[in-house]
Design a protein around this ligand. Structure first.
Ligand SMILES: Cc1cc2nc3c(=O)[nH]c(=O)nc-3n(C[C@H](O)[C@H](O)[C@H](O)COP(=O)(O)OP(=O)(O)OC[C@H]3O[C@@H](n4cnc5c(N)ncnc54)[C@H](O)[C@@H]3O)c2cc1C
Length: 458
């Protein structure tokens, strides 16, 4: 849309990844966009209070990187200049699933190892330079204002975080909630007489502990990292990625109340129980650059705004505020990027019925990443969530798939294309793939019977 057609004012609440991506999308259609965040936003890459996950390991999926590049040309170069590591997600990263190494190979899927503060900083720098965009920090959104008939949201009630400051109201034609997992939208909408969206949960009571070490070239034999997933009977996981500034981050995770200890010896002992010794080796030999940081993530939560009978005009919710995933799947930023792109496309058509159109399309977009979480987490009998015959069958199929993928690089690529949101899960069910999975699984089972310790779980 050219500048003559941009009109009106949009407000985005939350200046983190999703809020910034929303601002990018809105900048095509609105003359002015104001992003409010309650934190003091750092001028250089730094962790901050409003984003407690900023000290935890983060990686960028291939699709997320592609969309960020599309929305911010030069994004990958900026990350690379700051020292981020890029690599093929199948050859440069080792994946252990159900205790087995998935066969490495060239997938063409390029992901990034970069800290969460660096990614946010690069995105914010791009957004801040867009015409019409103003980012205002230390402004806490306290509620919404609406027309007398409550049909349209007209603005946001704000409290400026400065001594003696009182509440103020900022008015806009469109308000976007990008305040993350703790979003107050369900309460705000209910206070205005609308329903609360249904919240769907998948509860695995996950704990993550990340620690930063000095990276040495021989770590992971020169690869960018290793991901080792928890599986039924083994609720422990690990993830490690090389990042900018000569750092490597090790994450030790646990499901269902299992937690890695915080002290060096305890971490080492925990890491030694995993299917790969990659983490233990670094914990044992590398120089720690910071204290380990723990974070709980009790459940993935998806709020179904698309199901509400009535929605106010001029209001959207996106990012973690709409759906917050178990972080182990690394999907949050990629989904935020895809929602930004979606919003841009919808606005390019028309502003009519924007809320209804956005929530419906965003719900369809969420089905794949949510299905990935359900397919992985609901395999744990103790996990809480809605199981259907279809999800159970698919999950059983994926268990066989993982065994076959141990010895079949093409199956691994197909799997990673789905988890990277490039393909629909149906791509894993074509007749050709099903035949390969069946053959590979039978072969793995025979070998397992011959050498019982090779396949550790089914
Ligand atoms: C442990 C962990 C690891 C993760 N690892 C990955 C990974 O590897 N890859 C990946 O893609 N994703 C990962 N994620 C998810 C990712 O961090 C988020 O999806 C991503 O940050 C997008 O979040 P968001 O912008 O929607 O919300 P957030 O990042 O939570 O930001 C919300 C923003 O809103 C502001 N805010 C909140 N309330 C108000 C208010 N009332 N008024 C004004 N401002 C407000 C906050 O200050 C903050 O800036 C991980 C998450 C966790 C918890």
């Amino acid at each position: 849309m050219d500048s003559q057609h941009r009109h009106g004012h949009a407000i985005v609440i939350g200046g983190s990844i999703s809020g910034l991506l929303a601002a990018r999308a809105l900048s095509e259609a609105f003359e002015r966009i104001t992003v409010f965040d309650r934190d003091e936003l750092p001028r250089s890459p730094a962790a901050r209070r409003g984003v407690p996950q900023s000290r935890q390991i983060h990686g960028l999926l291939a699709r997320g990187r592609e969309v960020l590049e599309q929305l911010f040309p030069g994004f990958s170069d900026d990350l690379a200049e700051a020292g981020a590591r890029f690599g093929d997600l199948q050859s440069d990263l080792h994946w252990y699933q159900d205790g087995l190494l998935l066969k490495p190979g060239a997938s063409g899927l390029i992901g990034a190892g970069a800290s969460r503060p660096l990614i946010e900083h690069v995105v914010r720098t791009h957004v801040a330079s867009l015409p019409g965009v103003t980012i205002v920090d230390r402004c806490d959104a306290r509620g919404l204002t609406a027309t007398a008939d409550l049909r349209r949201i007209t603005g946001v009630r704000l409290r400026v975080r400065a001594p003696g400051a009182t509440e103020a109201v900022a008015y806009a034609d469109l308000v976007v909630d990008a305040t993350g997992r703790g979003s107050r939208s369900p309460v705000w909408l209910e206070d205005l007489g609308y329903g609360r969206p249904r919240a769907e949960c998948i509860r695995v009571r996950a704990t993550y502990m990340s620690q930063v070490y000095r990276h040495e070239p021989h770590h992971f034999n020169g690869r960018m990292g290793t991901a080792c997933a928890a599986y039924p009977g083994t609720p422990r996981s690990g993830f490690a990625l090389v990042q900018e500034a000569g750092r490597v981050v090790i994450m030790l995770g646990g499901y269902l109340g299992t937690q890695a200890p915080r002290d060096h010896d305890g971490m080492l002992a925990y890491a030694r129980t995993l299917a790969t010794q990659d983490y233990a080796e670094i914990i044992r030999t590398a120089t720690p650059l910071a204290e380990p940081v723990k974070m709980q993530h009790p459940a993935s939560i998806r709020r179904h705004y698309e199901e509400l009978d009535r929605l106010p005009e001029g209001y959207l919710v996106l990012g973690d505020a709409m759906c917050s995933f178990n972080p182990v799947y690394g999907q949050g930023m990629a989904v935020a990027a895809l929602q930004g792109l979606l919003l841009m496309d919808l606005l390019a058509e028309t502003r009519e019925e924007l809320g209804r159109r956005f929530f419906n399309a965003a719900a369809r977009l969420l089905d794949t990443p949510w299905g990935v979480v359900a397919g992985g987490d609901l395999r744990f009998p103790e996990a809480e969530g809605t199981r259907t015959a279809r999800t159970e069958q698919f999950s059983e199929y994926l268990t066989r798939y993982r065994v076959a993928a141990h010895d079949d690089a093409e199956l691994v690529t197909a799997f990673l294309r789905v988890t990277n949101m490039l393909d629909d899960p149906s791509a894993l069910m074509t007749p050709e793939i099903v035949a390969r999975v069946t053959a590979g699984w039978l072969k793995g089972r025979e070998e397992d019977e011959a050498r019982p310790r090779r396949v550790t779980a089914r």
